[in-house]
Design a binder for this molecule. Structure first.
Ligand code: PMP
Length: 433
């Protein structure tokens, strides 16, 4: 069809006419972004906006080392991953080194959805089974298998109707709200384990359990203590595999830990990672043991033309160099700690902030109408986002209730920018909600 632009049509109008409606954009009236620099997005008019949500641009926007690396590699070679070139070997080895034993074998893909999809297929093929267990309120991707285990209703409640019968969900282990709160949250792990035992007893022993290792998309908080230990033990007791979705929470963002599963003191059988891995260039990876990869070699299929291409691998290496050289995980811990302390202070003055969750630069600011009932302040969250944008801050809500600000800026953010965010939020909340 005809999608050429006419002179009078705005970029936004053209976008909305040419793209499927489900390919959404932030804000009803989004600013037109032309450039990025570190933790800022810069509009066409040259106005900088503090970017508090960009967990993809982990080393910052327009990083000169990334730009140089991309240009150099594109001038040298970029081809499909079946050729023999150095970058794929060193990137694969580098990723394997980042994972704990016995995870030493890497598959390179292009996105998070591909990574979780492949992780699920590895579990299905390695165990010869067809059932999977996932947490409620989770998001793992849009491809067939990754979408099947995505149980969040935030984006489209109707999407759950097409969930296939091989997906079994356990309760959302939210320690702040939900079935078990506060000290009761210790019950989520044993209950999920019991549900897995029950599945096995009914002849549907699962191929695996997939979950974010930190309660990421659902609210930006740690899972209850011991949760993954209980669930991983149950799934393994019945011969299944534990899949860790580290796509949002892993790669240093939590500050104290490189991987989210370290916070839970467990080691998964399969890690899926993406987003930060390529700093916006499409790169993802699955890391598993040689034993699981060998079972897949015998009975599965995998080929990705551009997964681990010379460009992707070089960028992947450059991102890891920058995270190390600029100590971005340390910065996530330090600036994140400062940010959390300041937000907690804000919570003492503004009733609407029910809680400040999270670690490092993965925080959740949960807005409630009432601190006892925890009624989510979803429409308020939306209005606050619009007002924050007026004042130069990009922030967005997450969770099934869309009432938790996801605070996950590029890891290079400094204290003064963190302070600007808190001061602006303070100002907006003081305007009255
Ligand atoms: N898993 C998690 C936890 C995610 O947050 C996302 C993306 N929001 C995905 C998987 C899918 O990644 P992608 O968008 O790169 O396909």
């Amino acid at each position: 069809g005809h999608t050429g632009s006419s002179a009078a049509e705005s970029v936004l109008e053209q976008r909305e006419r040419a793209l499927a409606e489900v390919q959404e954009h932030y804000y009803r009236e989004p600013p037109r972004i032309e450039r990025g620099w570190r933790h800022f997005l810069i509009t066409e008019e040259g106005r900088p906006l503090l970017d508090m949500i960009n967990n993809v641009a982990v080393v910052g926007h327009s990083h000169p080392h990334i730009a140089r690396t991309a240009e150099r590699q594109l001038r040298l070679l970029n081809t499909n991953s079946r050729f023999n070139y150095e970058a794929i070997a060193s990137f694969g080895a580098r990723l394997a080194d980042l994972a704990p034993d016995p995870l030493d074998t890497v598959f390179l893909v292009n996105s998070g959805s591909e990574a979780t999809d492949l992780a699920i297929r590895l579990a299905l093929v390695a165990t010869g089974r067809s059932d999977m267990v996932a947490m409620s309120e989770a998001y793992h991707g849009w491809t067939y298998a990754s979408d099947a285990v995505s149980t969040s209703v935030a984006d489209n409640p109707n999407a759950l109707q097409s969930r296939p019968s091989w997906v079994h969900t356990v309760a959302a282990p939210n320690p702040y709200r939900g079935q078990h709160r506060g000290s009761d949250a210790s019950r989520y792990g044993p209950e999920a384990a019991a549900a897995i035992d029950k599945l096995a007893a009914s002849g549907q022993a699962p191929a695996g359990f997939i979950g974010e290792t930190y309660y990421g998309n659902a609210g930006g908080m740690p899972l209850p203590e011991g949760y993954l230990a209980a669930v991983y033990a149950a799934v393994r007791r019945h011969g299944g595999l534990a899949i860790a979705d580290e796509i949002q929470v892993g790669y240093g963002r939590l500050g104290h830990w490189f991987w989210g599963f370290e916070q839970q003191a467990v080691v998964p059988d399969i890690i899926a990672v993406a987003k930060a891995v390529g700093n916006g260039v499409p790169v993802g990876a699955v890391i598993t043991s040689r034993a699981v990869a060998d079972k897949y070699r015998d009975a599965g299929y995998f080929f990705s033309s551009t997964g681990g291409s010379p460009l992707s691998s070089r960028i992947g290496l450059a991102v890891l160099d920058i995270i190390r050289d600029e100590d971005l995980q340390g910065n996530a811990r330090d600036v994140g700690g400062h940010l959390k302390a300041r937000l907690e202070e804000l919570a003492q003055r503004h009733e609407i902030i029910g809680a400040v969750h999270g670690h490092g630069l993965y925080l959740g600011v949960e807005l409630v109408r009432d601190r006892t009932t925890l009624e989510p302040a979803s429409s308020e969250a939306n209005a606050i986002c619009d007002r924050m944008l007026d004042l130069g801050v990009v922030i967005q809500p997450t969770s099934d209730r869309m009432n938790v600000f996801k605070v996950k800026p590029p890891l290079c953010i400094d204290r003064s920018a963190a302070d600007f965010f808190v001061d602006t939020l303070d100002r907006v909340l003081s305007e009255g909600w």
